[in-house]
Design a protein around this ligand. Structure first.
Ligand code: GLU
Length: 445
């Protein structure tokens, strides 16, 4: 007889055949949950727990018309997938990137359920976005898009319903435009988005949180293996918000970060990445990495992809999904890399993950390792609810506590099921347990 996990995997494949990223995320999670599901098979099956957790509460898709600088009307597609609110209001970012489609948003929303549960804070899982490409757009075009997007999205969200935030392509500027439009439509000033500016309800340390949190967890992991960050060589991919603050915190901890990358090329800087320069190039000028290389004599610029060929102790993929493939994993292992922690969502393919684990690399997936961003978003929600704002030190200390706690929770969960050192399984199990208990308590819904 087919196991319950295999039955549901089969069903999910049939129902979502055209969504490879969603299937990848579900396959990874359900496979690693086997021991938990086997221990509770009758109860879970009777309550259709796996069928329910893999089917979003609802998926909203809508037209986003806006006028470009030439007076031409453009049309994009907007998405919000409200996946699971068993433990709190839907929470998750908005991705603006031409690659966005329903399958990508579903995979991100599915991952978000477990990630948000791991933070120990009361937030459910959701995700949204659009195939809009912010690259090369003027500020006015960005505003026109954001206002149109929010005009429709505002019908479905709210501070106690669904609280979107940033993701790839959505930063402080976009959140500001969207918040303004929400307020205008609803006539209500509420904490409906996180990642807001500091003058209108944003939280200190939210900008840094994903990258800093990644390093707090990484540091705890290697500390528990008798090592420290001091003197380590670190390879980072990406050049966005996560990569920038991961690099900064790694350097503060005494490590040397020697790479970064964007969609067109990558930098090898053996002297260590100059974070101030990187921020100037990416956040102020919104330019390509060639500008970093032009301003920095020690830096080499290469076209295409390639950061994983650089010898390192620790690798931190902080760009996007499926950016670390099996061949990259082989290269990392051959070069003596000991630790991979994901700053991005699902950057490592399943075969690459398995290869790293089989070769003794300490591997922590994004659900645990990058949870600091959304955790700090939940802290922003708390501050909005009590109409107060906390100091940077206070938020940063809470973030660090949360990340250290996540590491120990996933480590313990793996040990409880006899899979010591499998932090992927540990994260999925620990995240799942809380959500399932809440679902069972709330009956059929
Ligand atoms: N987009 C981020 C993530 O992948 C943050 C979401 C949030 O702050 O709600 O977790």
């Amino acid at each position: 007889m087919m196991s319950y996990v295999d039955e549901v995997l089969e069903l999910v494949k049939q129902k979502n055949a055209s969504e490879p990223e969603f299937l990848q995320a579900v396959t990874e999670v359900l496979n690693s949950l086997r021991p938990v599901v086997e221990a509770n098979e009758e109860l879970y099956k009777k309550n259709a727990i796996l069928e329910r957790i893999t089917e979003p509460d609802r998926m909203i898709m809508f037209r986003v018309p806006w006028v470009d600088d030439k007076g031409q009307v453009q049309v994009n597609r907007g998405y919000r997938v409200q996946f699971n609110n068993a433990i709190g209001p839907y929470k998750g970012g908005l991705r603006l990137h031409p690659s966005v489609n329903l399958g990508i948003i579903k995979f991100l929303g599915f991952e978000q359920i477990f990630k948000n549960s791991l933070t120990s804070l009361p937030i459910g899982g959701g995700k949204g976005g659009s195939d809009f490409d912010p690259k090369g757009k003027s500020d006015r075009e960005i505003m026109a898009f954001c206002q149109s997007f929010m005009t429709e999205l505002s019908k479905y969200i709210g501070a106690d319903v669904d609280v979107p935030a940033g993701d790839i392509g959505t930063g402080a500027r976009e959140i500001g435009f969207m918040f303004g439009q929400y307020k205008r439509i609803k006539g209500m000033f509420e904490g409906v988005l996180t990642g807001k500016g500091l003058t209108y309800g944003g939280s200190l340390a939210r900008t840094e949180a994903t990258g800093y949190g990644l390093l707090y967890l990484t540091e705890e992991l290697i500390k528990c293996h008798g090592e420290s960050m001091e003197g380590k060589t670190v390879v980072v991919s990406g050049a966005g918000n996560v990569a920038i603050y991961a690099t900064q915190k790694a350097q503060q901890m005494g490590a040397k970060v020697v790479t970064c990358s964007d969609s067109t090329g990558w930098i090898y800087d053996p002297e260590g990445i100059d974070v101030a320069l990187l921020k100037e190039v990416k956040e102020v000028k919104r330019a390509r990495l060639t500008e970093y290389a032009a301003a920095r004599p020690s830096a080499q610029y290469h076209e295409g992809r390639g950061v994983w060929q650089i010898k390192c102790d620790i690798a931190l993929p902080c760009a996007t999904q499926n950016e670390l493939l099996l061949d990259d994993a082989k290269q990392l292992v051959a070069n003596g890399c000991k630790c991979v922690c994901e700053g991005a969502n699902m950057p490592t393919t399943i075969d690459a993950t398995e290869y790293l684990q089989a070769n003794g690399v300490w591997f922590v997936g994004g659900k645990a390792a990058n949870a600091g961003g959304v955790a700090t978003s939940a802290l922003e929600m708390s501050q909005n609810s009590e109409r107060l704002s906390w100091s940077f030190e206070e938020v940063d200390a809470k973030l660090k506590g949360i990340m250290v706690n996540i590491y120990h929770n996933i480590d313990d969960a793996a040990k409880r099921y006899g899979m010591e050192g499998n932090y992927v399984a540990g994260a999925n199990i620990a995240g799942f347990e809380k959500v399932v208990n809440a679902m069972l308590a709330q009956g059929v819904c």
